[in-house]
Design a protein around this ligand. Structure first.
Ligand code: UDP
Length: 451
């Protein structure tokens, strides 16, 4: 009988946040389909293995984490996690090497799980960094890693400095665009940037973006970091999107969408992490209803204090919502964005949501909460011109109503929609044989097979 060639093993190390785990598992699926074995290393929190039935053939292993679940979130947590996980990850690699001989082809780790670099070095294993954010965010991180937090704070009080260009990029990136807001103390952020920008012994970076979206940032990175960059996004278009969430999608919203007119619905979702104040939720509710457009709105449990479903809103508001809109705790977002009835996306501009919206040709209303989301919003508004930002720390119902009408009713919104559809076609072309992402993935697979 013909002897089957053994699969080479790739060890994947995601960070346990939805926006990072999902693309990492999509990458795993794509590599599995090319003949690699996949081992996913996870912590105790938000274990992906709970949805392991969607990843047949994958091995899941858990490493001990000394942090408590309540410590989760924020830059400080990330720095602590890296400081405390190195030893248990090394133990885990020892176990894997004992089980599987020396058959680990490569460790692919999330850019924020940089503790993996030490184990790769110690065991002389090849390693590759995986970035689930935009290339421009990576550029920003490299730039910030070279700055001093105190000096930066003082410099940024000068309007001239705020407008100054960062490096030689096109479209231009100004100092005020650097994603620094909303992450807590600048010193911690700069420390994290220094760690993320340090490539250690990694020999390549895989990035979930598309060359036609961020060509200049990708070239800058390749030059400055000095190792190959594989821009293989959007990963959700490469494999079937298996769920990797602890929360089930509420598919009843698809039946609701089926009853709406083409391109009439505004889809509203703030991702999996953002917290909203009760007042903002109420203003959103009034504004959405006053716009007279049908809306599908995701409100996660515990994303807003005191909100526990539509019943917890004042009676007049919940009555109004049930007439014009539909609320779910979690939606099958990619399917929703691809639905004929959806004409716009009110988003916090997380990178996955941004890519998913572009891939479906859906223009966006941007309501970013922190730096990296603001950078994505800046690209959506000023570079790709497929949406606009709602500014200000608080929004009121009037602004919500005006923004929805601007996107869904006005001529300007129709133009954004047209540009979004052009970009959608470009993304499609990049994933087809001969396209940039297709070729980059092909090269990545060849490269991993040489390891
Ligand atoms: N998502 C989803 N259903 C929801 C809300 C979010 O499927 O109801 C998915 C969405 O498709 C995206 C991810 O969760 O893939 C959110 O990632 P993103 O980077 O946009 O934001 P984050 O949650 O990291 O802030």
């Amino acid at each position: 009988m013909e002897k089957r060639e053994a699969r080479r093993r790739i060890v994947l190390v995601p960070i346990s946040a939805q926006g990072h785990v999902t693309p990492m598992l999509q990458l795993g699926k794509a590599l599995y389909s090319k003949g690699f074995s996949i081992t996913v290393v996870e912590g105790h929190f938000n274990q992906v293995s709970s949805s392991s039935q969607h990843f047949p053939g994958f091995q899941f292993v858990t490493i001990k984490e000394s942090l408590r679940e309540s410590d989760q979130g924020g830059i400080g947590f990330m720095i602590k996690l890296n400081k405390t996980s190195e030893a248990s990850f090394k133990d885990c690699i020892v176990q894997l090497l004992l089980q599987q001989g020396s058959d680990i082809a490569c460790i692919i780790y999330d850019e924020f799980m940089y503790f993996c670099g030490a184990a790769a070095k110690e065991f002389n294993l090849p390693s590759v960094i995986f970035s689930t954010e935009s290339a421009t965010n990576y550029v920003s991180c490299c730039v910030l890693s070279k700055l001093n937090a105190d000096k930066f704070s003082v410099d940024m009080e000068d309007p001239g400095m705020q407008e100054k260009m960062v490096e030689n990029l096109y479209p231009p990136l100004r100092y005020k665009d650097l994603p620094t807001s909303g992450f807590g103390p600048l010193e911690d952020l700069f420390e994290l940037c220094r760690e993320v920008a340090n490539k250690r012994t990694a020999s390549a970076v895989i990035i979930n973006t598309v060359s036609c979206l961020e060509n200049s940032s990708l070239s800058w990175l390749e030059q400055k970091i000095g190792i190959p960059m594989y821009a293989i996004g959007p990963l959700h278009n490469m494999t079937d999107s298996a769920p990797s969430s602890l929360l089930e999608d509420d598919r009843s919203c698809i039946d609701w969408l089926n009853r709406q007119k083409p391109r009439s619905v505004i889809y509203v979702s703030m991702g999996t992490v953002v917290q909203m104040e009760t007042k903002e939720v109420l203003e959103m509710a009034w504004g959405l209803c006053n716009s007279n457009q049908p809306f599908l709105w995701v409100i996660r449990p515990r994303s807003c204090p005191g909100f526990n479903g539509i019943e917890s809103l004042p009676k007049e508001v919940s009555k109004m919502i049930s007439e014009r809109g539909y609320i779910v705790k979690r939606a099958p977002q990619i399917e929703v964005l691809g639905h004929l009835a959806v004409g716009g996306f009110w988003t916090h501009c997380g990178w996955n949501s941004t890519l998913e919206s572009i891939a479906e040709g859906v223009p966006m209303i941007c309501r970013p909460f922190h730096g990296e989301q603001k950078l994505n919003a800046m690209y959506i508004e000023s570079v790709w011109r497929i949406g606009f930002q709602v500014e200000g720390s608080k929004v009121d119902r009037g602004e919500v109503e005006r923004a929805v009408k601007r996107l869904m009713v006005d001529e300007e919104g129709a133009e954004m929609q047209e540009r979004a559809l052009v970009l959608k076609e470009k993304l499609k072309a990049s994933m087809k044989s001969g396209g940039t992402s297709y070729n980059a993935f092909d090269e990545l697979v060849k490269y991993l097979k040489t390891m």
